[in-house]
Design a binder for this molecule. Structure first.
Ligand SMILES: Nc1ncnc2c1ncn2[C@@H]1O[C@H](COP(=O)(O)OP(=O)(O)O)[C@@H](O)[C@H]1O
Ligand SMILES: [Mg+2]
Length: 461
């Protein structure tokens, strides 16, 4: 907004020619002068009760000062000039007797005093007037700014409330009135919104608020604490309605959950199928080949291919067993998380060569199947990453059972930048998703060159 100079703030020396009062004053001076001339004429050279005639001019001080107070310096100067002109006319033209030099001096000094008084008082009045105009203009600007701010506050589509340090609502815009009810001002925020200002200050996730009409919306609060005009600390809370995003996220989460579930079902199904049919058949085949190989009736030239066949069948069933374990280790369902993790550690060691030390703390009990499965999958992902990305040599896998279940996988590999990590693949995203579904928290810590740690913690009732 460009700052405009208030009208009249600049000193303008203009004679108030449009003012009737001004012309009335000039007419009054003319009338006084006429009267003065008539009185002097009627006295015929005598003075009135000893008053010297020139002193009449000092009476003109009254209209000049009046002009100064009413119209400022310009008006006073114009009035003084007019009076001087009339006096000059009187003494030089109308007055019949010759004018003495003493008389002239008195008149001259009188007129100068008249002009100087008019100028001084008029200027003072002008300066005061200008100052008053400036103050009025500034106040007006403040009022305009305040009105604009209030308009913004009032018509902001998001509910906005201002609370004091005691959590009492001091102000609420119309959206906040619609959301929290008409009587929101003066009430503690916790009563009308179900959350204290402190809750909202600490919050960085959406929260549900039940509106006055009973509907529940999700709001993302943003808070701003400031000191108001009276020196009080107040908090402004803007509640952005994020219900739509929230719903979308819920749908997305439900979808991801179903996908994970379906994937687990499929894996379970496949692993059972592979276990029940091909693995059994391969085991049977291996035993048969073993019996055949050790049968003395076997011709010696057939012994080698039979042994080879037996080795092949054994290798195939080992591969199949690994595959089944990777899909869904039966030991997880049969014996639980810790034996399954031990088996996983052995498999990783056998395949990738790195040592995986498993340590348990607390009494090992079984946790609900879906928790065991999710934690197992997270540990599996951490071990895969330790092999695939970290190129680690040692991994420490720790299982703690107490009030909750905490599994930590720490590798001594190359580590990664958390700021950019995780966007490379779906592994950590999937781990987070699984953790969220069982109410667990997942922490990933890593720095380039300093290894990586993944910890999943689930509270157990
Ligand atoms: N233990 C680790 N050591 C070093 N880098 C890792 C580790 N775990 C994850 N990363 C980094 O994080 C990225 C994402 O990992 P992840 O989500 O598991 O994806 P991916 O499916 O590629 O394994 C990887 O590409 C890798 O750069
Ligand atoms: Mg991975």
């Amino acid at each position: 907004m460009p700052r405009t100079e208030p009208r009249g703030a600049r000193r303008r020396l203009s004679v108030p020619v449009r003012s009737r009062r001004f012309w009335g004053l000039q007419a009054t001076i003319l009338a006084i002068m006429t009267l003065h001339t008539l009185v002097l004429a009627s006295l015929g050279g005598r003075d009135l009760a000893g008053i010297p005639a020139p002193l009449t001019s000092s009476l003109m001080l009254i209209p000049v000062l009046y002009a100064a107070v009413s119209f400022g310096a310009a008006g006073a100067m114009a009035t003084a000039t007019w009076a001087t002109a009339l006096f000059a006319l009187h003494w030089l033209v109308v007055h019949r007797d010759p004018v003495t030099s003493a008389h002239l001096w008195i008149e001259l000094v009188s007129m100068l005093v008249l002009a100087a008084s008019g100028a001084v008082v008029g200027q003072r009045v002008d300066a005061e007037r200008a100052a008053r105009t400036r103050t009025e203009h500034a106040l007006q600007q403040v009022a305009v700014a305040e009105a604009r701010f209030h308009d913004l506050f009032e018509h902001q589509p998001s509910p906005v409330v201002v609370t004091d340090t005691e959590d009492v609502v001091l102000e609420a815009n119309s959206a906040a009135h619609r959301l929290l009810g008409d009587a929101v001002v003066g009430q503690p925020l916790v009563l009308v919104a179900g959350h204290t200002t402190g809750d909202l200050l600490a919050r960085d996730a959406p929260l549900p608020i039940t509106a006055a009409d009973g509907t529940v919306h999700q709001y993302m609060p943003s808070t701003h604490t400031l000191t108001d005009g009276n020196g009080r600390t107040v908090t402004q809370v803007v509640l952005a309605d994020v219900s739509q995003e929230h719903r979308r996220r819920e749908v997305q989460r439900a979808f991801t959950g179903r996908v994970l579930e379906a994937q687990e079902q499929e894996r379970l199904h496949l692993s059972r199928e592979l276990h029940d049919e091909p693995l059994q058949q391969l085991t049977y085949l291996t035993r048969n080949l073993d019996e055949l190989g050790s049968d003395p009736r076997l011709p010696s030239d057939l012994a080698h291919p039979v042994h080879e066949g037996e080795d092949l069948a054994r290798a195939a069933s080992a591969s199949l067993r690994h595959l089944i374990q990777g899909l869904r280790p039966p030991v997880l369902d049969d014996l639980g998380l810790v034996p399954a993790l031990r088996q996983l550690a052995e498999t990783v060691h056998g395949r990738a060569g790195l040592t995986v030390r498993v340590r348990t703390v607390g009494e090992m009990t079984r946790a609900p199947a879906e928790i065991e499965l999710a934690v197992y999958r997270i540990a599996q992902e951490a071990l895969t990453n330790a092999v695939k990305h970290a190129h680690a040599r040692h991994v420490a896998l720790e299982v703690e059972i107490g009030a909750g279940l905490v599994v930590t996988v720490r590798d001594d590999g190359q580590g990664f930048d958390l700021g950019r990590g995780g966007d490379g693949g779906l592994g950590l995203i999937g781990a987070r998703e699984r953790a969220e579904r069982i109410g667990a928290s997942l922490a990933v810590e890593s720095r380039p060159g300093a290894g990586a740690t993944i910890r999943v913690s689930v509270p157990l009732e």
